[in-house]
Design a protein around this ligand. Sequence first.
Ligand code: NI
Length: 139
Amino acid sequence: MPELVRFGVSMDPALLEKFDQLIAARGYSNRSEALRDLVRAELVRQDWTDDNQPKAATLTIVYDHHHGDLTARLTELQHDYGDEIISTLHVHLDHHNCMEVLVLRGQGSRLRLLADHISSLRGVKHGQLHMTTTGHDLP
Ligand code: NI
């Protein structure tokens, strides 16, 4: 582990109290680790504005598999994005509803496009793209 640098942060007491409540609720044992994670989250968010480095993401969708030709259209689209979809997980939630998790890697703009295409299909009830990082350039 590289040497850590200590630095002081000035903050309004009321804001600090809110911060402490937030991180306690999330299970952090100290402010430093919580602050590091906040910084990393912002770096990942910023990184998604740059299309040069590959990104990692998951897309979770919930849909009714009885809906028209939806399953055929989903398969078709997933083949179109075969380079970006690393893996998929399918769970039969009940008689009608399926949940699918698509594990993605590739150019950020293309992953967003993929998520929009799939989520906007008629019959897809909910789609959520979780944008994360390959971890490559993140200390
Ligand atoms: Ni199913």
